[in-house]
Structures are given as C-alpha cells and as structure tokens.
Design a protein around this ligand. Sequence first.
Ligand code: FAD
Ligand code: N01
Length: 554
Amino acid sequence: MPDMQMPEHFDVVIVGAGFAGLHMLHQARGLGLSARVLEAAADVGGVWNWNRYPGARCDVESLQYSYSFSSELEQEWMWTEKYAAQPEILRYIQHVADRFDLRRDITFNTRVQAAMFDERTGLWDLRTDTGLAASAQYCVMASGALSIARLPDLPGIEAFTGKIYHTGAWPHEGVDFTGKRVGVIGTGSSGIQVIPAIAKQARELVVFQRSANFSIPAWNGPLAPDVQQDWKAEYRKHRARARELGTLYEFSDKSAAQVSAQVQANEYESRWRKGGVNFVHAFNDLMVNQASNDTIADFVRGKIRAIVKNPETAQALCPTDHPLGTKRICVDTGYFETYNRPNVTLVDLKRTPISLVTSNGVRIANANANADTDTDIELDALVCATGYDALTGAVLNIDIKGIGGQSLKQKWADGPRTYLGLMTSGFPNLFIITGAGSPSVLVNMVVGIEHHVEWICNCISYLRQQGLATIDATKPAEDRWVEHVNQAASKTLFPKANSWFLGANIPGKPRVFMPYVAKIGVYRQECQQVADRGYEGFMLERGIPTSQRLKETS
Ligand code: FAD
Ligand code: N01
C-alpha cells in the first residue's frame, strides 16, 4: 500500500459513484454537508460503466429505471428505447453527474481498502489503494450489490493463452470477435444477453452451461414519443405507485390455483407476447405455491422446445432444477433462437463438465463414461458471464472495523446481519445502500436506492438537529430483523434455488437468503415507523460509543 497522506475530513464519505453514490452525494450537499465520493473506476456509472459487454441492457423500462428526485431531469431526458441499452444508461448517469455538478466531489481511480471507527474521535477513517486517506462522521457504502465480479475457479485457467473477459469488467474499447472461436461460460442474465450478440459476430460460439435458466423475450423496440410524453405527463402518479410496488407491472389478484389450465395458458401466452418481467406476475401465487409455479415453468419449457430446433439442445436448455423466478428471471433478445444458428454449440456442463482449461481451449469430460478420451474445444477467447459476489461482496472487500476493533468480516462470518438492511450493530454511523436485509436486488433498484438515500439523509438531519453524535443498531433489534427477513423468505419458493440471492454461487459463502422479499411499500412503512418512533431499535448517543458500552448493551 502506498504511504498514506494526512486524512482529509468530511461530514460524509461515500464509497461508490453509481446510481446510489451520486444520489447520496447530491442529497448530502442539499443538507449542507461536506461530502466526498471515493470511486474505484475512472468514471461515474457503477455497473453501467463496468458492464460494457455487447447486448448489455436494462430489463426495467427506461421510464421507470431512472431517478425521480428532480422533475426537471425526468422531463428533459429523452429515452430512445423501451429498455435502454448500457451506453444510453451510462450517458444518462454521466448527464446527471454533469447537470448537478457532482464530479468535483468525486475522487476516481481510488479503491477504499479499509474503514475503521475511531473511538477517540467518533470518526470513520478510510484508507485507499492510492494513499489517499479520509475521515468522516458518516460513512455510506454505495459500493453496489453486484459490483464484485467472480471469475470461475477452473483448473488450468491461468494457462489459457487466449483472451479472458468478464462481462462485469468489459474493455472500454470494446472487443471484436470477428473470425474468432469464442467460449461463453455462464447463462444467467449477463450470459443470456451477451450470447446472441457474440453469436452474430464470432466464427464459432460455444456456450458452456452449468444450469439452464428461464428467460422471457423483451420485445424491445424504440420508445414512441407519444408514449413517452403520456408517461411523463403522469410522472408523479407513476413514481408514487413505484414507491409502493417497485417496478410497475400488471399485478394479478388471481391465483393460478383458482383458474383452469386454459385460463392459465391464455394468460401466459398473452404475457409472453408482451414480454419482460411482467410475465412472472401473471398470477399472485406463483412465488409461493409450487404447483402454480409448475404451470408457468411448463409453459416456458414448452416455448423453449418450440423455438429450439435441435431436440437435444432444447432439452438441455429447459430449466428443471429451480422454480421459475427463484433465480433472477432473465429477459432476452433472441436468446433461445441463437441455438438454431450453425455457428453456435451448447455444452451441457452437467453431462460433460470442464475438466481442464488448456493453453488453447477447454477440455470437457466425455459424456460416455466408458470412453477414455476427453474432448478438446479450441478457443481464441473465453467470456466469463459468471456473476458476482453479490450483496455482501463489495462491503466485505473493505476491511471494516467497528467499535472495539470488531471486524465486519468476522461479524458476518455466518451470513450478513443488519437492522433494516441499512446498518449493522457495532458499526455506528455506517450506512449501507441496498444491502442484505433490504429489498435491494428484488425490486427496481433505483427505487430502492432513492428510498435508502432519503432515509439516511432524514436520519442524519435528525441526529444533527438533536445534537446527537452517533446512531447504532442495537443487537436485539438486529436479531429480530434478521429473523423477520428469514421468515419472510421461508414463506416463498425462493430458498429452493441455488441462487446468488443466498450466496450459493460462491464456494464457502454462508447460505443465507440475503434480500428482504416484502413489497417495497411494506418495507418503506417499516423503516418509516422506526424513524417516527425516534429511531426505535437504534442507540442514539451524544458522546462517542466505546467498546465498554458495546459490552454493556449487547
Ligand atoms: P453500482 O452501480 O454497482 O456502483 C457501485 C460503485 O462502487 C461501482 O462503481 C464500484 O466501482 C464502486 N466500488 C465498489 N467497491 C469500492 C471500493 N472499495 N472503493 C471504491 N469504489 C468502490 N437493476 C435493476 O433494477 N434493473 C435492471 O434492469 C438492472 N440491470 C442490471 C444489469 C447489469 C448488467 C447489472 C450488473 C446489474 C443490473 N441491475 C439492474 C442492478 C444494478 O446493480 C442496480 O440497478 C444499480 O445500477 C446499482 O447501483 P449502485 O450505485 O448501488 O451500485
Ligand atoms: O450472473 P449470475 P449474471 N462454471 O450469477 C454460471 C443482474 N443483471 O452476471 O447457475 C460454469 O446470475 C452460473 O451457473 P449456475 C441481475 O440481477 C441484470 O448473469 O451457478 N458456470 C450462471 O449460469 C442478475 O441476476 C441484467 O449453475 C458457472 C452464470 O455463470 C445479476 O446481475 C443483465 C461457473 C452466472 O449467472 C447477475 O447476473 C445482467 C463455473 N465455475 C445482469 N460459475 C438485466 O438484464 C458461475 N457459472 C436486467
């Protein structure tokens, strides 16, 4: 680590300059606080700056996946497509940074490595990889729920002489796959977007699939100006509904169990034709009733078999190991159709696992157990769409120490523990945006981010008005919240999938269902009630909390 400079002091330090960090900065300024954002990347944008892979796109409609805090901004920005592609979302975030003059308080190319609560001063001391140091009364983790990309632990991968890419760290200059033999590992949302795009360019594309996934067509297209104008005319009404519901879909008040197979089929067909995540809201019991879920899952498997011409490939592409929607549903543009192209092959890793990455490709085990030779697949490039250390990864990547030098990593060794998803006991004045224990990745994340920023800013205002130095979650309140979040998940089908929602994609990560499955409106009320009751479940102190106090109150 380079020599550290003398720390510069701020009221609030914010880690990350994506949607969350930028909004937090803007609102903190509004409170008259001095604020500094520390960002590892060279520019603003967060995931939309990192994920420049071909095909990267939002699956929440553009008019909804945007900030609501400024009416002028929402009226003046014109979206070109129903679902915006990565370059357009990045331009939007860059526009926000410029329009609100945010860049002057952001330090780029600076990764926070450590954050320590100093019991003598009551401040957070942050250390970075560039030697820059900062101290602040409040520290806000806007470091992203999906910002720590995971490369697969494949034997021999270091020997591969071709290029290796991760969708979440895509080269800014782009990649030309023309004439190349390309392998893609991973068939989650990123894989399902990048595969059709690479297939159009590469000489050969080999998709390595470990688990098949459900995907719904986006039917993306240009956003008609009159549709945009009509929506904008009613923006306040739409935003108010979004604060209750997250993304606005056609939510059904009927259960699949109540209606005939024909009614189910008609509903699924009509929603398939409209496309997008709206599909999974066809009935209100799909995420809680296995039999109902089977009906929608069967419908999608039927669609896959109808689209994909090779029956063996179609079968391999049919997900059978999890209920539909219990892994993040994917939305695609021509994904299943891509397997009808002559230059695309699917390798089902459940039948023929990768035994070795060689210097010039991938070796897969033979499907025939009696055959004594493995098969070598020659590749020029390997694209890893292998996901993220989600929800906790970015926070735990930083060596965070709270009262008494307690390490957050140790505290969360058996899974994340938060109160309201916003704070964790023993770490006063440390706030987390869209962290574990909040709806986070289960809703339109911009809505979740805005809610968290609002709550944090109201909380800081309250502390200042009351002359309070710190806020810290109590352990009993945190224990009750963790139990509440677990209980909520256990009433749904979500725990049935080996998903990143419960850390199943990271070897050794504790299996805990991390997001809170309640509707965002319910969660907002819960957070508001806590605030209205004088921050019930939190300790508010005039002096600086010490390790002695921690022992007395835990
Ligand atoms: P991020 O955008 O992840 O920003 C966090 C920032 O923190 C990053 O720039 C990172 O570099 C920085 N950072 C992290 N650690 C450190 C550190 N130690 N020091 C300094 N800087 C650090 N959500 C939806 O609701 N709808 C969608 O359609 C959707 N599509 C998505 C598509 C992709 C490809 C991905 C990856 C995610 C998508 N998401 C979507 C989820 C997305 O994460 C959120 O919507 C939102 O962009 C998150 O914003 P953020 O600011 O919280 O985090
Ligand atoms: O990551 P993922 P992602 N060998 O973890 C496979 C958001 N997002 O980047 O399922 C072989 O979902 C893994 O297999 P398995 C969205 O929230 C949104 O695609 O673990 N395969 C899986 O197929 C999303 O959910 C959009 O068996 C390996 C894939 O890699 C989240 O980001 C677009 C492997 C990883 O899928 C993450 O999506 C993009 C190995 N060793 C992202 N390791 C929108 O469109 C992993 N896999 C909104």
